[in-house]
Write a protein that binds this ligand. Structure first.
Ligand code: SF4
Ligand code: SF4
Length: 506
């Protein structure tokens, strides 16, 4: 057993209201500058929809992630070194600006500085890259937001295309017959990152101390193999610097015990941050299991129980501090993934072993049952209705469990049971323990799960180890900001982009 620790995230899709605050605050923090106009480290997609960049889930086209060979080994879908060498100067598997969007702004000055006259001044759209007027704005990073243009665009969702034969009429895009939910996305900070293995310069790396995947700006040579290699399309090319950039998991904040910007500013309070301990020796085998349906349980099997004394001892022996082990024990992410088993990985079939997981949306079930005149919170009604979900279970399964509907149904049943249990309590009734038992939990666990999912306070949602904070405070005490610089004038602060400590996982 080789114990390693990683900061990970869970997002509860039932609580995302699609406000895009996370995207905007992330952009303000990280990509509000020349060269990254089109870049959204965090974006929020409406599903069904094509996403950003357009149709990113179509790996036949983009060749992202890993595939399993007949001999059971993993190889990059985009090919090995020789193939990469051949595509150095003409890589056909790279999204173009049109696949993301042409970033634009408006000539606002026209509105405020136009001389008085008979005509109303207008603010024409202009490209943020060239400054030239944009004739037609035809696509954007959230163009199909709230199913805008769904009859035209949503059928091109790669997941819809894949399951259309299977679910037929249950996927509809006419008004009032469609379904939708939001999917906020950041880099997955994968355990088996295809971006790292794709980089010919060794610039992409996964930090040993917390698992955050970063792009070293000094080492990057701008080959963009990482952009192709990442199946989630979460590495971007900065056209001003000629380097790759990506979500940093806000490592300067994480290092001092603070949540990521997207988590802290989330209006729906749907994000959870915490430490996961895992057995690094198991990762390769788990990512290469033959049956795609086994990928989700295989990844769960890599995670270690931080309450197990043997795991804690092995973690200490591996140099993981007491604070990190304590944080892993209090991790809301561990609880949602392993204790309550309600969080699932995004597209496990890409075999990168992602570390941002999702609680699938249940709300439409309640609404669907209530619309038939039945009691939408009754456990019996809810369990029965999961089969007839307005969001087809097959659709959720293609996104979260490589198509295994049984695993998604199990999560939805647990969520439905929690609703029924809490409803009984709220009505002053005695909750029926058999409902909790039917989904493998106790009534007390139901109530704990409800507290975490519904009303958890900030310190329960974000458990980021304080060890880093203690070290940072100690450093600040040694070098207070207002102290005279021992070597002369204090240098201007350097803007750090994706540059973390250089300890790497080989
Ligand atoms: S999601 Fe992030 S860590 Fe995973 S392959 Fe893509 S860029 Fe790399
Ligand atoms: S801020 Fe939170 S609720 Fe709003 S879109 Fe982002 S994830 Fe969803």
């Amino acid at each position: 057993m080789r114990v390693m620790a990683q900061v990970a995230m869970v997002m509860n899709l039932d609580k995302c209201i699609g406000c895009h605050t996370c995207s905007v605050t992330c952009k303000q923090a990280w990509t509000n500058r020349q060269g990254t106009e089109y870049v959204w480290f965090n974006n929020v997609e409406t599903l069904p929809g094509q996403g950003y960049p357009r149709r990113w889930e179509d790996q036949e086209k983009w060749r992202g992630g890993w595939e399993r060979t007949r001999s059971g080994r993993l190889r990059l879908r985009a090919g090995g070194r020789l193939k990469k060498l051949g595509g150095l100067f003409a890589n056909p598997h790279l999204p173009e600006l049109g696949d993301y969007y042409q970033p634009w702004t408006y000539e606002y000055k026209n509105l405020t500085e136009a001389p008085a006259g008979d005509d109303l001044p207008t603010a024409r759209p202009v490209s943020q890259i060239t400054g030239e007027p944009v004739d037609t704005i035809a696509w954007g990073p959230n163009w199909d937001d709230n199913l805008g243009g769904a009859p035209a665009h949503a059928p091109k969702d790669p997941v819809v295309e894949k399951i259309r034969d299977e679910v037929g009429e249950r996927i509809r895009f006419e008004f009032e017959q469609s379904f939708m939910f939001y999917l906020p996305r950041i880099c997955e900070h994968c355990l088996n990152p295809a971006c790292v293995s794709s980089c010919p310069s060794g610039a992409m790396y996964k930090r040993e101390e917390d698992g955050i995947v970063l792009a070293d700006q000094d080492a990057c040579r701008g080959w963009r193999m990482c952009v192709t290699g990442c199946p989630y399309k979460k590495v971007y090319f900065n056209h001003a610097t000629g380097k790759a950039e990506k979500c940093t998991f806000c490592f300067p904040r994480i290092e001092v015990g603070m949540p990521t910007v997207c988590s802290e500013t989330c209006v729906g309070r749907m994000r959870y941050l915490g430490v996961m301990l895992y057995d690094a020796d198991k990762v390769g085998e788990a990512a290469a299991v033959e049956d795609e349906h086994d990928l989700y349980p295989a990844q769960v099997d890599c995670f270690l129980d931080p309450h197990d004394p043997a795991v804690a001892a092995a973690a200490r022996a591996a140099g993981i501090t007491h604070e990190w082990i304590e944080a892993a024990r209090n991790s809301p992410v561990y609880d949602l993934i392993a204790t309550y088993q309600v969080a699932l990985p995004l597209h496990p079939e890409y075999r990168t072993m992602p570390m941002v997981w999702y609680v699938p949306p249940l709300s439409p079930v309640v609404e669907a049952v209530a619309a038939t005149g039945s009691d939408g919170e009754d456990a019996g009604n809810l369990f029965g209705a999961i089969d007839a979900l307005r969001i087809p279970v097959e659709y959720l399964a293609e996104i979260l469990t490589a198509g295994d509907t049984y695993a998604v149904e199990a999560v939805l049943r647990r969520m439905a049971a929690m609703r029924a249990h809490m409803r009984a309590i709220n009505l002053g009734e005695r909750p029926d323990e058999s409902v909790a038992r039917a989904v493998g939990l106790t009534g007390t666990e139901m109530e704990d799960m409800f507290r975490l999912l519904a009303i958890a306070k900030i310190e329960d949602r974000f458990v980021v180890p304080s060890a880093a904070r203690a070290e940072a405070d100690a450093l600040a005490d040694t070098h207070p900001l207002d102290a005279p610089c021992p070597v002369g004038d204090r240098p201007e602060p350097r803007v750090m982009l994706n540059l973390g400590p250089t300890r790497r996982v080989s």
